[in-house]
Design a protein around this ligand. Structure first.
Ligand SMILES: Cc1ncc(COP(=O)(O)O)c(C=O)c1O
Length: 426
């Protein structure tokens, strides 16, 4: 068995040799804080703070309405273009706007509209519940006999492709899946699923929330039909920053947005009384863009593009495999189980460790009065401690320290002094 000294040595060496190490200085960090929650809310780029302060004090405070012509009006288009680089599509196939849930509502509604006569919507029970609520709401509103058919995961970690494929048939309108699952980080083979769905005339909508900025995404070569995703996780846009949506150029002309609003109109400032859809993904815009959040998002996109998704993914996998080694050596013997796929090609950028005391262990990790570091993972019921790796700022020594701290909390039963009362956000 490898000793703790051996792991320390390897962590130090990996951090020293890390080609992305300088990117950590682009973010507001704290040496006493080990942050493994970039898969929920990414850390703040220092540049975002600067541009937000400038926007508030100068652009809004002094320039007022003139700000729209200075650089606000084109901001959604500029930001969308940067997102397109990260998800492998053309810039006019993606638009940043609204929330993920609202964008999913638009795309599922639009997909059902061009798939008239087909009544099945397929998803899985690993999907983010809000996505399922959105679909349930659409079915309820339409009242046209659609059904949502969920593939069940046998282990709560992954989905067997044959089970999914058995459900897709000529009555399937659309398949709606998270590319990377929020709980286990299971990652689908996008191309394989899309090809199978297409062979039965079904469309596929991918939720990229846990994938964008974390794994390589190539919507173009996968021939994906539609996608949505958020920007506050690995894209570090800040709390509540706007989401994005993608519609493949091949189907853009036949897909109609269910919300016709002025920002999606061809020329909003002509104030035409009749709606004329804008071209490309822009037509899915609805109301005024959230300029404050777009301005905090943009610097982070520049950082991700500069670092390169291949480098980011390579480091994410190294951090995860280091964690897995530590998990097998120190945590598995204490009763932890792995809640994520072991195989790299099937995993996004977080690892879930399952323990029946997971919630109280998380509370102990976060407690600033315990241990030398505040360690922030997050918790997903029933028992998942999620450790998200954001390679732009996470280090190998943080992985090592977090595992040691978890080991100590469990061995010494320190979690017992925390209650089970849940905070609003876990
Ligand atoms: C996979 C996934 N889809 C959708 C959502 C909902 O996003 P929004 O709050 O932007 O609607 C989340 C939120 O965390 C998510 O993780």
């Amino acid at each position: 068995m490898k000793s703790k000294e051996d792991f320390i040595y390897r962590a130090e060496k990996a951090d020293k040799e890390d080609i992305l190490k300088h990117f950590r200085s682009y973010f507001r960090t704290d040496e006493k804080l080990i942050y493994f929650d970039g898969n929920s809310l990414g850390m703040m780029p220092l540049k975002s703070e600067q541009v937000a302060l400038y926007l508030i004090s100068h652009q809004w405070g002094e320039r007022l309405i003139r700000g729209w012509n200075d650089n606000w009006w084109d901001m959604p288009i500029r930001v969308s273009q940067k997102i397109s680089i990260l998800i492998g599509c053309d810039s006019d196939e993606v638009i940043v706007c609204d929330s993920t849930s609202v964008n999913l509502y638009k795309l599922v509604s639009a997909a059902l509209n061009i798939q008239k006569g087909r009544k099945k919507i397929i998803s899985d029970d690993l999907n983010f519940p809000s996505d399922l609520y959105v679909i349930q709401g659409i079915i309820n509103n339409l009242d046209e006999g659609h059904i949502l058919d969920l593939v069940e995961s046998a282990n709560g970690i992954d989905i067997e492709y044959n089970k999914l494929f058995q459900k897709i048939d000529n009555n399937t309108a659309v398949v709606v899946l998270s590319y990377v699952s929020f709980r286990s980080a299971f990652m689908y083979d996008m191309k394989k699923v899309t090809e199978y769905a297409h062979s039965h005339g079904a469309l596929v909508i991918w939720d990229l929330s846990h994938a964008t900025g974390a794994v390589n995404i190539d919507l173009g070569s996968s021939d994906a039909d539609m996608a949505v995703g958020c920007t506050y996780k690995y894209l570090n846009g800040g709390p509540g920053s706007p989401a994005f949506l993608y519609v493949n150029r091949k189907i853009q002309d036949s897909v109609v947005s269910p919300i016709w609003a002025w920002l999606g109109e061809k020329n909003p400032f002509e104030f035409s009384l009749d709606y004329r859809a804008s071209v490309g993904a822009r037509k899915y815009m609805t109301g005024s863009p959230n300029i404050l959040s777009l301005c905090t998002l943009e610097p982070s996109l520049d950082i991700l593009i500069e670092a390169g998704m291949d480098n980011i993914r390579a480091k994410s996998l190294s951090l995860a495999s280091f964690l897995l080694e530590l998990y097998h050596a120190f945590l598995e013997p204490l009763g932890f189980c792995l809640g994520s796929p072991e195989r790299e090609s099937e995993r996004g950028s977080h690892i879930s460790l399952k323990h029946e005391e997971g919630y109280r262990i998380c509370k102990a990790l976060i407690d600033d009065k315990l241990g030398n570091y505040v360690i922030i993972p997050d918790f997903r019921p029933p028992d998942n401690i999620r450790l998200g790796f954001a390679p732009l700022y996470n280090r190998f020594d943080e992985v090592y320290r977090a595992v040691l701290e978890i080991e100590n909390i469990v061995k010494e039963r320190l979690y017992e002094s925390y209650d089970l009362k849940a905070d609003s956000v876990t």
